[in-house]
Design a protein around this ligand. Sequence first.
Ligand code: GLN
Length: 479
Amino acid sequence: MELCDRNISELAEMLRRGDVSSKEITESVFARISEKEDTINAYITTTYDSAMKQADMADKRFRKGGDIPLLNGIPIAVKDIICTKGIPTTCGSKILSDFVPTYNATAVEKLLGDGAVIVGKANMDEFGMGSSTENSVAGPTRNPLNTECVAGGSSGGSAAAVAAGEAIGAVGTDTGGSIRQPAAYCGVVGIKPTYGRVSRYGLISYASSLDQIGAIGKTVRDCAVLMDSMAGHDPLDTTSAQVKKPGFLNSLNKEIQGLRIGLPKEYFVEGLDPNIKERIETAVSLLEEKGAHVVEISLPHASYAVSSYYLIATAEASSNLARYDGVKYGYRSEAVSDAVTMYETTRRIGFGREVKRRIMLGSYVLSAGYYDAYYLKAQKARTLIKEDFDRAFEKVDAIVTPVSPCLPFKLGEKLEDPLRMYLVDIYTVSLNLSGLPGMSVNCGTVEGLPVGMQIIGRAFDEATVFQVGHAFEESTGSK
Ligand code: GLN
């Protein structure tokens, strides 16, 4: 097995024993990048020189000794919507193609503080808008498990990098499923924490009330290591929560005996691929064997999730993306005869098709006369969806659902039909609307394509999500 195919926990141990150096691990990751990138396209930018310097620093830290963080010397990919000082941060968009931040996002700052090695900026749907990583100006990312299929999105580059050994762990963002769904499609683990758990400072906004930074790794344990590093209150983000960080690694070895797990009946209906349903049911029976009590629950407003999500997300996006006008950031059109022409052509050329579609939809639902009918209604539905979860969590400790109604699909298959693409998010968006934490773990394959199981927890109870995810991984003997 190559070093780049190992997980964070294995490598952390090898580093501690002095069996390998961070430089060797980082070289192994870059060798894999050279081998695979032409096909996979997981990265928009790779950072060999600075990564080797960071690896060298990590190795020095080991030589010095003392209490060393688990991430020290571990190569990590960062989604290209998260600011990295001195490294281009493009959001997969032409409009930010030459944007180089002068500061690090808080999450990146924390990872670097713990000694992580940043190997590059991962490919993504433009501004996080998409479910397949086909909406990137850098071209699509392919699924390492089947290169005719999409990697999922929008954090497709992050998930594909981890699955292909082009990074050991990765950072993604999730506005409506963009960590969980690509993790499911690439057969790795991904967690979207509770809204407010990880600082959004330095995360370029798509829909601010839904966006969260989270982790992608080969195992549940690896995600816990990444989350332990990134989580925590940050005075630079007013929506970051003032709650104690429990230490996610500590929650892994708790028994799930007696834990109550809910299966929402509205999620297992027509439209869900029967093969996926079967894999989830098998997975749930494994949890039952470990002592969990499985109960049917109801989330009666589930059918409003996709429509309210796409109204709220586009409304917020239309406002957030108003700042790209060719004056303050990035790309500016040459057509500068007058200010208005400059704004118009900059935005017409700078944004891709999907982004423009959403800006138009978002401006429409916020406009006078339509605001009450669409935006306000969507906000009311959002409250109902959240209250469904509140009621369910009176009866259960965690909820289990599929991540996606379908298997990874072929490149191009849904690109011309935005509604079909939006429906892929049916099981993930309700968590962003409610702010709840959710994880995707692999629960088998169908004809070689991976199936993801979603584990949902109460707000700020990622610990239970980790506990269930880890217990499941152990029961399958996969980790
Ligand atoms: N697919 C969803 C969207 O396009 C979710 C994207 C995300 O979570 N960033 O909005």
